[in-house]
Design a protein around this ligand. Structure first.
Ligand code: HPA
Ligand code: ZN
Length: 349
């Protein structure tokens, strides 16, 4: 099946199809899945005091004006994570929600520097997350892997130090990414550390073109040699870049609810997801930091399809792109695409 040859799906069945179709999530910061209830439970368990009186007061603070206003609260929320069990509980909660949304494969970002800077050893972080990944496979049938992100507001030397700490655990994660404050921190700041990661055989991705200009997407591609662009919504400002991305089949891991909450677009009707697909770009839908941005995978699909000119062919393309752009094996991808085709056949008239 291809996006242009999918069976006719009655419009009233589209929401159920969006929920039921198997999908991969390629852009989720696991620390961004920490729900306020779990933040408070972990704070109590670990004796950490929070500058918020209640779950409601914390949730009320989730009114962001840009990326930085979110990051300040996101890093504060992560301060309750101290023990391996905390990291496992956080990721396990995410996997249960992902399973409910028919996510069959997930590639999770984690930010070790957010934790090592507070004295939490790298080993603790990776142990907890690895346990949750194994449990997701055993108990939920979800295939999952980890991608270690460098914080771009810190120096490249600090990224190198983090890579050094991670070396004994190279078999626990499949790649590296670049996140945190984008503006003023272009990809080329991390040229040497990404080159080293490439030599180590790691997959490479980077956030670019969320708030930053198209030039950052060019340098993520040409200087860092990334295989996917995280966000990349500003690529449409540069026709030459669109040509390059579509020619090379570089996927964009788009996060619609995140873009609205961080004021990248005024509202969902203004989001450019439909335009990205129409321009021939390999877009995918992802949740980014679902506990902070108002929803997990299916919520992202439901809200974008309700607001934009998107139908069954685009649903198929987005799900299929998520598998094709993943770092899973060709056999895994083929199996999921078969499941996707079967789901579409079931919803056809
Ligand atoms: N952008 C940059 N850094 C992040 C994000 C994001 O959307 N979420 C968590 N860290
Ligand atoms: Zn992100």
């Amino acid at each position: 099946m291809t996006a242009t040859h999918i069976p006719t799906i009655p419009a009233d069945r589209l929401p159920a199809l969006l929920a039921a179709m198997p999908k991969a999530e390629l852009h989720i910061h696991i620390e961004g899945s920490l729900e306020p209830e779990l933040i408070f439970a972990l704070a109590q368990r670990n004796g950490v005091s929070l500058p918020y009186a209640s779950v409601e007061a914390l949730r009320a603070a989730y009114a962001f004006t840009d990326l930085q206003s979110f990051l300040d609260i996101y890093y504060a929320g992560a301060s309750v994570l101290l023990k391996a069990q905390d990291f496992e509980d956080m990721a396990w909660a995410y996997f249960q929600r992902a399973a409910a949304d028919n996510v069959v494969h997930a590639e999770l970002f984690f930010d070790p520097q957010t934790h090592t800077a507070r004295g939490v050893p790298f080993a603790v972080v990776i142990e907890g997350l690895t346990h949750a990944v194994a449990r997701a496979k055993d108990e939920l049938g979800i295939s999952a892997s980890l991608i270690m992100c460098f914080l771009r507001h810190l120096s490249e030397d600090e990224a190198f130090a983090t890579l050094e700490e991670a070396l004994p655990y190279l078999d626990r994660f499949i790649g590296v990414g670049l996140d945190s404050s984008e503006r003023g921190h272009p990809p080329e700041k991390f040229a040497r550390v990404f080159a080293r990661c490439r030599e180590l055989g790691l997959h490479l991705v980077a956030h670019a073109g969320e708030e930053g200009p198209p030039e950052y997407i060019w340098s993520a591609l040409d200087v860092l040699h990334v295989e996917r662009i995280d966000h990349g919504v500003r690529s449409l400002e540069d026709p030459k870049l669109v040509e390059r991305l579509s020619h090379d089949g570089i996927a964009l891991t788009v996060c619609p609810l995140s873009n609205i909450k961080l004021c990248v677009f005024k509202d969902m009707a203004q989001h450019n997801l439909a335009k990205l697909l129409a321009a021939g770009l390999k877009a995918t839908v992802n949740s980014d930091d679902p506990a902070y941005f108002g929803g997990y995978m299916n919520q992202n699909f439901t809200e974008t399809f309700a607001a934009l000119p998107l139908g069954a062919p685009q649903a198929y393309a987005l799900a299929r792109n998520s598998f094709e752009a993943s770092f899973a094996t060709p056999a895994q991808k083929a199996g999921w695409i078969e499941q996707l085709d079967a789901t579409f056949a079931k919803f056809a008239v």
